[in-house]
Design a protein around this ligand. Structure first.
Ligand code: SF4
Ligand code: SF4
Length: 686
């Protein structure tokens, strides 16, 4: 007994010292980041995230086979915490049982069930890894660039935990020390196999394997603290501290851009690792290198150098390489070194992001890639004046003309000339009898194709008896492309101007056609003092259809595939309403693309990419349009002017414009009502 206690406790003390030192150093590194005070508020929603994301393994279970295997391993480890208590108790007393319920047969059953489940899960993981091994160097594999060798050590250590546990429990069934009845089926089964060895040998096995079990567990603790499997400890924390309800929609930070508050120490964005917050640093150490983000990234999937996984791994490596500087007590040793871009993150990596949010959506440990990327862009734009030159024209156009194309405010009302009813243009304040302010957006007002969608929407609202007015020349770019590019200053100038205009016009309810405008006004303007009720036209159409104020007709007959715009779908969770509108059109038969809803694939225009050259790899709009065309649908429908332009360009590039049309939802509703009206609106080929 003394031997058991001495070996077990010595190994534990040694492991705690080694792992504890490492974990303390990592926690100091993380805490050296900038403050993130909002990450410790709203405890109820954080507890819910812990239950759903960690306890329920929500995101992992989307990847069916590996997800189920991971879930069983996680749940197994949770239940098997009881066996760790029992193992330590057994060091002191062979007949130890957890006080109060340590003989409960249900606990015995659960422990044995999860020992078996974890062993099966380990076999599944091994098969997945063996099958993926040859593909590891293929960039289509989600493990491309991951450190996969350590995963084998982890699998081996977990297997050893389970096997040593099972053998010592089995031996206990023969020595009379086991606290459970036959409900602990696996222990009794293996015990039967060991029974012929006699009670003396079983007693030795019990002692040896309980010591081995404790040693493997604490050895695993040390290994985890030095490997990417640190996520076992970091992930529950990271999920609890994640942005609630999701790290999508608004960007996390709204820096103070008041130039009167700027000093020579002011830094905008993240140029050095310490410019990130402690939560972002926690993100970096939490990454499991699973590659789920990489597998869904449109930039990576079209041959560009951006992989969200490799970005996070690069930032983590930078953080560890800078540890002695970050933790230096001597300020002279804490002098900054090289900037993150281009030394850790290549410019082509940084500027390839379309801010679609697919990586954030997919990450099982709630890492917030988009915010980190935009933080680095902010530093590049605002501190270094380094960004793709073609984007400079877009910024100048917004600054000087109020729209990214530089067409000027005078053209903003041209689209209403094609309507056969009057649209009030708000000169002073919105009249009392007008329900909505229609936020048309730059593309909707100025781009020929997007205008048709705006006109169709206006006609559908008018037909349903919805009263609306527009700001006309008082409307200006919401600042979306400037903000996603990293020019926070220009964004805030535009945002303040628009908030002022909206307030002075007395706007309360706003309907927007562009998901980027919708997201900006709904989610980002409140931080600059603009609180309005904002709805997207897809939501309003759905409301009108479902309440019978607008009844689609039978003028359209054919198949439709709906493309979810990132900023309407993933960023704002509007997935069902557009599909309900299409469902309400009697002749429209919907076909889903493989990548749809939460897993929709970007059109390539977000993140200000619309105004940058796309010279590396396949064009993202071509990739998405290939997928849409492969459904064989007659119409590719969407609810975003950017998506419409990008998809329509790609359909034309494929010479398919005579066979497949790209239409906004509102155009399709209009066509169902009257093909003649649709022809007038341009949704029908002439
Ligand atoms: S936001 Fe989209 S493009 Fe950017 S890294 Fe994530 S998945 Fe890739
Ligand atoms: S960032 Fe998230 S999804 Fe991407 S590799 Fe790391 S853990 Fe996996």
């Amino acid at each position: 007994m003394v031997v058991r206690i001495v070996i077990g406790l010595s190994a534990t003390a040694l492991a705690f010292a080694v792992a504890g030192r490492r974990l303390w150093r990592i926690s100091k590194l993380v805490r050296s980041g900038a403050p993130a005070p909002d990450r410790v508020q709203d405890l109820a929603s954080r507890a819910e995230a812990e239950l759903v994301e960690v306890g329920g393994q929500r995101k992992l279970l989307r990847w069916t086979v590996p997800g189920v295997a991971h879930a069983f391993t996680f749940w197994g480890f949770t239940v098997l915490l009881f066996t760790i208590i029992e193992a330590y108790g057994d060091l002191f007393s062979k007949t130890f049982a957890i006080w109060g319920f340590g003989h409960n047969p249900v606990l015995g059953f659960l422990e044995d069930f999860f020992i078996c489940a974890v062993l099966v899960a380990l076999c599944v993981f091994s098969v997945i890894r063996i099958r993926n091994a040859p593909k590891r160097l293929d960039r289509r594999s989600r493990f491309y660039g991951s450190h996969t060798d350590a995963a084998w050590v982890t699998l081996l250590l977990i297997a050893m935990v389970m096997v040593t546990l099972l053998i010592y429990r089995a031996a206990q069934t023969n020595t009379g020390d086991f606290p459970y009845t036959w409900w602990a089926f696996a222990s009794h089964l293996v015990g039967k196999a060991l029974h012929p060895l006699g009670s003396g040998v079983n007693s030795v096995l019990e002692t040896v394997f309980v010591i081995l079990n404790v040693c493997v567990i604490v050895g695993f603790l040390v290994f985890v603290s030095y490997s990417k499997h640190l996520h076992i400890f970091a992930a529950p924390l990271n999920v609890a501290m994640s942005r609630r309800p999701r790290a999508l929609g608004a960007l996390d930070k709204t820096p103070d851009m008041d130039m009167e508050n700027v000093t020579e120490d002011t830094v905008f964005g993240a140029g050095l690792i310490e410019h990130f917050t402690w939560k972002q640093m926690l993100d970096f150490v939490t990454c499991t290198e699973c590659g789920r983000c990489q597998a869904v990234c449109p930039a990576w999937n079209t041959g560009k150098p951006l992989s969200p996984k490799l970005v996070i791994m690069g930032l983590r490596d930078n953080m560890f390489s800078q540890a002695s500087r970050l933790l230096a007590r001597d300020p002279e040793k804490a002098e900054p070194t090289e900037t993150l871009v281009p030394n850790t993150i290549e410019p082509d990596v940084l500027w390839s992001c379309v801010t679609c949010g697919a990586c954030v959506e997919e990450c099982p440990v709630d890492i917030e890639h988009v915010d980190a990327i935009v933080d680095m862009r902010r530093y590049e734009v605002l501190m270094e004046s380094r960004f793709p030159s073609e984007a400079g024209l877009m910024l100048r156009n917004i600054e000087n003309q109020g729209d990214p194309w530089g067409l000027g405010q005078a053209k903003r009302t041209d689209w209403i000339a094609a309507l056969d009813f009057e649209v009030p243009v708000v000169q002073d304040t919105i009249p009392d009898d007008v329900e909505y302010l229609y936020w048309v957006g730059c593309a909707g007002a100025l781009d020929e194709r997007a205008r048709k969608a705006v006109q169709a929407t206006a006609r559908m609202l008018h037909r349903a008896g919805v009263t609306f007015a527009i700001l006309g020349q008082r409307e200006s770019c919401t600042g979306d492309p400037a903000r996603r590019l990293g020019n926070e200053y220009l964004y805030q100038e535009q945002a303040k101007l628009n908030v002022e205009t909206l307030k002075s016009a007395g706007a309360r309810k706003i309907v927007a056609t562009c998901p980027h405008c919708f997201n900006r006004i709904k989610n980002e303007y409140p931080r600059l003092g603009g609180d309005f009720e904002v709805i997207h036209h897809a939501q309003l159409l759905e409301h009108l259809v479902s309440t019978g104020r607008l009844s689609p007709g039978d003028g359209y007959e054919g198949t439709v595939t709906y493309h979810d715009p990132c900023y309407l779908g993933r960023h704002n969770r509007v997935f069902d309403q557009p599909r309900s509108v299409l469902d309400a059109i009697p002749g429209a038969r919907q076909i889903e693309m493989r990548r749809c809803r939460e897993r929709s694939f970007c059109c390539g225009a977000g993140g200000a990419r619309m105004w940058m050259e796309e010279t590396i790899g396949k064009r993202i709009n071509m990739e998405r349009t290939d997928e849409a065309l492969s459904t064989g649908a007659d119409v590719v429908s969407t609810a975003c002017p950017y998506c419409m332009i990008m998809l329509d360009d790609a359909v034309r590039a494929n010479s398919k414009e005579d066979e497949v049309r790209v239409l906004d939802l509102s155009q399709l509703v209009e066509e169902s009502l009257s093909p003649a009206a649709a022809e007038r609106s341009g949704s029908q080929p002439a």
